[in-house]
Design a protein around this ligand. Structure first.
Ligand code: NAD
Length: 393
């Protein structure tokens, strides 16, 4: 909200308008009784917050995590409003979640919880009302259960009620790699403005999951030497550039972890953040660049693949150092853009080719970058504040 307030002050919008944009439209809290495998009954607390539906039906993921609470869901819902607006897709913002630990639950328990959550939200969700998607702790499998439960209640197949579905149920080609691909388009757009030649550029990517590994692979494909990657097991550095394909193969054969990856020297995640590379892509988690380490960042460009990787107080230090930051609500919006394409395909009943999806998503990302870049020049502000200005406008 600090960043939102800064942008609002620059735009000089009225107090009435300020509260319309600030206060969520709807906040739903539900109790979800679920029969566990041992026969006992547990009641989980679930949430759905619709922050805004001004531009269209609200859009946002569902998080299954023990730390989920209403305040967090509210913040994430507002973030979705700005993200959708900045890439100019006709959606408002929402978020949902259930306080639970899916890692300690069986598939059957998760299914019953997902179905109970869907039933509790029958009047909230809808293809023209509110369209959920996966987030931490949920994926295509959970979205399939949601679609099935919603469709049963409506007496017909309603695939447009949710995105991030398996392909066979109306998911979209290109969705898996969409966020990492958008991060790459944002990085290349910024490098062009900074006159950094990708074929002579170096990068470090934190996080080697969905966003980080595709961003690393696509940056590499566009000529950038990715000198370091990392995951929860630590950082991996190679001065000649990491062989990203080999790293992906290693991770996939090693239960999703880079632990023991031989094509590099071991460094820490903290060291990765301060490497002397041109581009730094934090794509793991929130609050990794903070007051404590911002001064040691040497990259010229930060492209925020993760949500909220830079704390608000570290922004000033990073800006003073003259580092350009492509903010999360712009840099990682490629995912929600292709989610929107999934919904469009479901509604027209026709699946697009991967080529068409990639071309349209790349153009959406490039156009959004250009809009934000122009606003940053016009208002003489960082790309982050400019992104909020574009979204609020
Ligand atoms: P993921 O679970 O696929 O991957 C996360 C990666 O980060 C893993 O490699 C994990 O080992 C690593 N990691 C976790 N904790 C770490 C730590 N403390 N230090 C270093 N590495 C750590 O998740 P993802 O989908 O790639 O999401 C990453 C970030 O991008 C999140 O902030 C998410 O909210 C954001 N995001 C994701 C999408 C999407 O489409 N997947 C879209 C927008 C934003």
């Amino acid at each position: 909200m600090q960043r939102f307030d800064t942008a609002v002050n620059l735009l000089g919008i009225s107090e009435e308008m300020y509260y319309i944009l600030k206060v969520p439209r709807q906040q739903v809290i539900v109790g979800l009784p679920v029969t566990m495998d041992d026969g006992s009954l547990r009641v989980f607390e679930g949430y759905r917050v619709i922050h805004s539906n001004i531009l269209g039906p609200s859009k946002g993921g569902i998080r299954f995590d023990p730390a989920v609470n209403l305040d967090e869901v509210r913040a994430l819902a507002a973030w979705m409003t700005w993200k959708c607006a900045v890439v100019d897709i006709p959606y408002g913002g929402a978020k949902g979640g259930v306080a639970c630990n899916p890692r300690a639950m069986s598939a059957g328990e998760i299914e019953r919880l997902m179905r109970a959550y869907t039933v509790a939200m029958l009047d909230v969700f809808g293809p023209d009302r509110d369209i959920p998607a996966p987030d931490m702790g949920t994926g295509p499998r959970e979205m399939a259960w949601l679609m099935d439960e919603y469709s049963k209640a409506k007496g017909m197949t309603v695939n447009a009620v949710v995105t991030g579905k398996p392909l066979v149920l109306g998911g979209s080609l290109g969705r898996t790699e969409a966020t990492g691909r958008g991060v790459t388009v944002a990085a290349l757009s910024a490098m062009e403005k900074m006159r950094i030649n990708p074929y002579r550029a170096t990068a470090a990517v934190q996080g080697f999951g969905n966003v980080g590994s595709f961003a690393a692979a696509l940056l590499h494909e566009r000529g950038v030497s990715v000198k370091a990657v990392s995951d929860i097991s630590g950082g991996y550095y190679n001065d000649k550039g990491i062989d990203i394909e080999a790293a992906v193969r290693y991770r996939d054969a090693n239960k999703g972890s880079l632990d023991g990856f031989a094509g590099a020297e071991k460094i820490s995640n903290e060291e990765l953040l301060s490497l002397a590379v041109d581009v730094l892509v934090p794509a793991a988690k929130e609050d990794v660049i903070t007051d404590d380490n911002a001064a040691s960042v040497q990259a010229k460009l930060i492209v925020e693949g993760a949500n909220g990787p830079t704390s608000a107080s570290a922004d000033d230090i990073i800006n003073e150092k003259g580092i350009l930051v492509v903010p999360d609500i712009l840099a990682n919006a490629g995912g929600v853009t292709v989610s929107y394409f999934e919904w469009v395909q479901n509604r027209i009943g026709y699946g697009w080719t991967l080529d068409r999806i990639n071309r349209r998503a790349d153009r959406a990302m490039k156009d959004a970058f250009d809009r934000v870049y122009s606003a940053s020049k016009q208002y003489k502000v960082s790309l982050r504040i400019a992104a909020y200005i574009v979204a609020i406008k």
